[in-house]
Design a protein. Structure first.
Lengths: 392, 304
């Protein structure tokens, strides 16, 4: 404990004076290099490294090369705080933290208390930002609620879905946020009807009882809003289809990827919102070029769309630094908060002094048909989800 | 009618899973008073044995490509093999230790197996299409259920009949029952302890592998934590069934499956998220009224 206090004292003293006229620009990654979060942090971090390399090749940021320092959170909240302090000690100007709010928050809080900007790699809870960390914290992804709202509005408008069924896995906040967005959108869709709802648990060995409830409806619903994530998602989808339910299945981005499709052969009528396509058919050719570059650098193509927020993160931060002419926190935060529909490779991004996250975003709609996923459409919800509704 | 049959099948198939798990735990508890918390990890290991080690997102299916008549014996052999190995390498050294020490050792073994899998396969859940022919609906008694659900129930009934015949009709089964009742006495009368215990571990491991096959084809997912929730329910089933009583474990397993399914059906939507709290509430009630379990095993009763 004494050592921790000493480190804290040392960093607090250093951070004010030493960094202001720093010669170097340093991005510190306090992310999981080991443990289960590694599988989620690594791809986004690799994408961030690609953007950093691009900036450095083009002459750097403010004429300086961006340097990178790392500390491993070991997928442990206590280690996360230490990892945050470690990269701050090494002079980080930007502290990048884990994909998930719970695992990233300790390092983000360390950055916040040292007056530094923190960015969650791909957290989708509203807490990953001002509301849960403080005024200098941001997330590079889009709120989970936007995904649920997007799918409901899109299916209503483009697929003429009128009867909806809501199936929620109560395991995580992320799952709940997808269904919250869906719930927010439903009353705005004239004559759309929620014909039933149910919950399950991600680890449930069987969702047979939930399926029986759907099957006992007088008519199969047009669409099932499935608010869940891996690994339980595959199980739920497989069981729904095995029971002969053929309704359109709407999802959050958490089930993107083709790596699990072998488990449900010939899956059809299945829709996922994504920020960019990993399937080589993104309407923006620059995204396909990025995929090729990612494959070249890491030896494998992106497995899910959660690779992309890492790239967006460095992109918007570097633009803000360039515009501010400094890496000083308050100036960069002010520039980030000026971004209104700032174009990025993966859709426009907006930050305000109220919300450091996206409450409206362009999503590509990926349909899986006969086991093959591909982009079929894109959709932006008609109005942003109010912050007050997100905080419920 | 169809609606009620549907619920009955749902309850039976979930109960089957818990009953198979409870049986695997009760078998080992019966012969050596060990609560084997590594059982859930044997389940996970048996599924991962079908994959080639890799940390990529896409699973490389290896033994999982075998035709079903080879796949099933292979998986059962993996489960039995790992279980016997854990007895030879770990539990044999704790033969004279008290049950609490053995329980801690089983926790430790479970961690070793889990982290071994983490090292080889990473934490990413892997997808695997096991016995895909079973993922189609069939119509029976007015209910439309996935074929796998039906097979799960039939396999469980088959296993129960087979095991009963084995325990009652064979010499090995007799020795095992004798050992479960009074281990010291059985040894004095010429029962070879190590052989009986290894047999119990092999059977228990094969049961774990059977669960692995059912879970694997039901969920299509291999996940290093996949055995944990079944293990927990199975353990609770062995406790309310009466520790060491095989019949009690099976009955309690089916009862738990039935309670969980019925709760999901009758609870109002807002309370469904807390379904497990109601299930565990029922467990507490059983233990208040029958602290020795539904069917207490004779060997575990204190003799005055």
């Amino acid at each position: 404990m004494n050592r921790l206090t000493a480190i804290l004292a040392a960093t607090t003293c250093l951070s004010g004076a030493a960094f202001a006229d720093d010669e170097r620009i340093i991005v510190g990654f306090a992310t999981a290099e080991t443990g289960f979060m590694q599988a989620y942090d690594k791809p986004a971090q690799d994408a961030a490294m690609i953007r950093i390399a691009e900036i450095n090749d083009a002459g750097g940021l403010l004429g300086k090369q961006i340097e990178v320092v790392n500390a491993d959170t070991k997928t442990d909240r206590a280690e996360g705080a230490k990892a945050g302090l470690s990269v701050i000690d090494q002079g980080a100007d930007l502290v990048v933290v884990s994909c998930d709010y719970d695992f990233g928050a300790p390092a983000a809080l360390a950055a916040e208390s040292n007056g530094l900007i923190s960015f969650f790699l791909c957290a989708e809870s509203i807490k990953a930002g001002i509301q849960g960390v403080g005024p200098n914290s941001f997330s590079a992804s889009v709120l989970g609620a936007v995904q649920g709202a997007t799918m409901a509005e899109w299916a209503y408008n483009k697929k003429e879905a009128r009867t909806f069924y809501r199936l929620l896995d109560t395991w995580t906040e992320y799952n709940k946020s997808i269904c919250d967005g869906f719930d927010w959108m439903m009353p705005q869709l004239a004559d759309a009807e929620l014909v039933g709802q149910d919950t399950f648990l991600n680890e449930d060995a069987s969702i047979a009882a939930q399926i029986t409830r759907i099957k006992s409806l007088p008519e199969e619903p047009d669409a099932i809003m499935l608010c869940t994530m891996m690994p339980g998602a595959v199980s739920a989808i497989k069981q729904l289809r095995a029971a002969g339910i053929n309704s359109m299945i709407l999802n959050g981005s958490g089930v993107d990827g083709s790596y699990w499709l072998s488990a449900v052969p010939d899956l059809s009528n299945f829709f996922v919102p994504v920020q960019g396509s990993i399937y080589g058919d993104d309407p923006n050719p620059a995204v396909n070029e990025f995929n090729a570059k990612y494959t070249e650098v890491t030896g494998g193509a992106p497995a899910t769309q959660y690779t992309y927020p890492g790239y967006v993160m460095i992109d918007v931060w570097a633009k803000a630094v360039e515009r501010a002419g400094t890496t000083e926190t308050s100036a960069v935060v002010a520039e980030l908060e000026k971004m209104k529909g700032e174009p990025t490779l993966f859709g426009p991004r907006t930050f305000t002094s109220e919300l450091h996250h996206q409450n409206q975003a362009r999503y590509l709609i990926v349909e899986t048909n006969n086991g093959t996923p591909g982009v079929v459409d894109e959709w932006t919800i008609s109005s942003p989800i109010p912050v007050a509704d997100l905080m419920k | 009618m169809g609606g009620i049959m549907q619920v009955v099948f749902d309850a039976l198939s979930l109960g089957s899973l818990y009953a198979l798990g409870a049986l695997g735990i009760a078998l080992i508890f019966g012969v050596m008073r060990l609560v084997n918390f590594a059982h859930g990890d044997v389940i996970a290991f048996s599924v991962f044995a079908l994959l080639w080690p890799s940390v990529d997102a896409v699973a490389i299916i290896f033994a999982g490509n075998l035709p079903w008549f080879l796949l099933i014996p292979f998986t059962l052999a993996v489960g039995a093999g790992l279980s016997v190995l854990s007895e030879v390498v770990v539990f044999r050294r704790f033969r004279r230790a008290n049950p609490a020490t053995m329980m801690i050792a089983s926790f430790a073994l479970g961690f070793v197996i889990r982290y071994f899998l983490l090292m080889l396969f990473s934490s990413r859940p892997k997808s695997i299409s096991l016995l895909p022919g079973l993922s189609q609906p069939v119509e029976i008694l007015g209910a439309r259920i996935p074929l796998l659900q039906l097979i799960t129930i039939l396999v469980t009934i088959g296993v129960l009949i087979g095991l009963t015949a084995f325990l009652r009709r064979t010499r090995f089964g007799l020795e095992m029952r004798a050992a479960a009742e009074n281990f010291t006495m059985a040894r004095m009368l010429g029962v070879r302890a190590n052989r009986v215990i290894m047999g119990a571990f092999a059977l228990s491991g094969a049961l774990a592998a059977a669960i692995a096959l059912i879970l694997g084809s039901q969920t299509g997912t291999a996940n290093i934590m996949m055995g944990a929730s079944v293990m927990l329910m199975a353990f609770i089933a062995t406790v309310i069934g009466g520790m060491g009583s095989l019949a009690g474990a099976v009955i309690a397993g089916f009862a738990l499956g039935a309670i969980a399914t019925v709760m999901q059906v009758i609870l109002p939507p807002d309370a469904r998220a807390f379904r497990d709290a109601f299930v565990y509430g029922a467990v507490i009630l059983v233990l208040i009224f029958r602290p020795q379990g539904l069917l207490a095993a004779r060997g575990t009763k204190e003799r005055v």
